[in-house]
Design a protein around this ligand. Structure first.
Ligand SMILES: Nc1ncnc2c1ncn2[C@@H]1O[C@H](COP(=O)(O)OP(=O)(O)O)[C@@H](O)[C@H]1O
Ligand SMILES: N[C@@H](CCOP(=O)(O)O)C(=O)O
Length: 325
């Protein structure tokens, strides 16, 4: 019998919310974390895990059992009622930490996909997705991180008997993304944890604000599909999270004005922030990137600004090694 002894996977970062789609829409981006899992015959440490981290800000990732990637790995084995094997994990970071680009989603998806592969794939991709959503608490970053593309996720019919739903809680659809639309991310040199950025949100919203966001999310879906500028300009507005969060991001208003003046359709908070995301067309992307950089530099913040593409692959296997027992 052959057993998978080692697997290496790549998981893309994401930009969630896209303005009015709080907690339900997100797109995978062309920046990546790499995770390698190697089964160990003998636990090298009492905990049964050895973790090494390389890449930008590697020293900020914990390497004990509380590591989020390892936590997801263990959760997989608990869920499938198995004992996690002793494992060596190598992490290479390409997604900045706690910047609103889905680093936690890459860790959750990476831990689950890696565990599923080492365990011989007892779960389907949809089952892994459901588990990832349950661990993260919202679908908008883990779903595109796993599946790639821009994705909308909504809970299934409330109260529907489970036998009709093949144990699925979520309906997910791909959102067509016009290739003329360029995501430009401006990543500041400070962190904002998603936990902190969720704490400032109200628990109740008005009917007017709920209608505002429902209408603008609908418009956003059509704007992303068609690339129609007038629709995108209106659609990127939000009343559910950004009005409360922008105070946590120094320079938000200045970067917003600079991006729009340089030709962006609009600018939103990427995920929970502090990264700011402008959507623009190819002709304006360089000017938008330069304007966002200059505006933030004026505020004393040194951003890394990048024009990216939407990743269409999601979590990918790079290599697998088997041992024959
Ligand atoms: N590759 C990783 N391995 C382990 N833990 C990670 C990794 N990437 C992120 N994390 C954890 O997730 C935290 C950031 O999550 P969060 O605040 O949700 O921000 P983000 O917007 O980047 O997802 C990090 O501080 C770290 O604890
Ligand atoms: N909908 C969530 C998205 C968090 O994404 P992240 O990339 O910041 O982890 C939120 O806005 O809280």
């Amino acid at each position: 019998m052959s057993v998978l002894s080692s697997v290496s996977i790549t998981v893309p970062g994401t930009t969630a919310n896209l303005g009015p789609g709080f907690d339900c829409i997100g797109a995978a981006l062309t920046l990546y974390n790499e995770f390698k899992f190697t089964r160990l015959d003998i636990p090298p440490y009492l905990e049964g895990v050895k973790i090494t981290v390389t890449g930008a800000e590697a020293e900020r990732v914990v390497t004990d059992e509380s590591n989020l990637l390892y936590q997801a790995f263990v959760k997989f084995y608990q869920h499938t009622e198995q004992t996690p094997p002793p494992v060596e994990i190598e992490i290479h970071l390409g997604v900045p930490l706690a910047r609103g680009l889905g680093s936690s989603a890459t860790a959750i998806v990476g831990g689950l996909v890696g565990a599923n592969l080492l365990a011989g794939e007892p779960l389907s991709q949809l089952e892994v997705m459901e588990l990832a959503i349950a661990l993260e608490g919202h679908p908008d970053n883990v779903v595109p991180a796993l599946l790639g593309g821009c994705r909308l996720a909504a809970t299934g019919v409330e109260g529907e008997p489970q036998r009709h739903r093949e144990h699925r809680e979520w309906e997910v659809c791909e959102v067509p993304w016009c290739e003329e639309i360029v995501p430009v991310v401006a990543i500041p040199d400070f962190e904002l944890s998603t936990k902190q950025a969720r704490q400032v949100l109200p628990t109740e919203v008005s009917r007017a604000d709920a209608i505002f966001n429902a209408a603008h999310l609908g418009l956003l879906l059509r704007g992303l599909e068609t690339g129609k500028g007038d629709w995108l300009r209106a659609a990127l507005q939000d009343r559910l999270h950004q009005p409360y969060r922008k105070a946590l991001i120094r320079g938000y208003d200045a970067v917003y004005s600079a991006a729009v003046e340089a030709g962006a359709y609009g600018m939103v908070i990427s995920g929970a922030g502090p990264t700011l995301l402008a959507l623009t067309d190819k002709a304006h992307s360089q000017a938008v990137a330069q304007a966002m950089t200059a505006a933030w530099m004026e505020e004393g913040i040194k951003p890394e600004v990048r024009s990216l593409c939407v990743d269409t692959q999601g979590a990918q296997i790079n290599s697998k090694f088997q041992t024959i027992n």
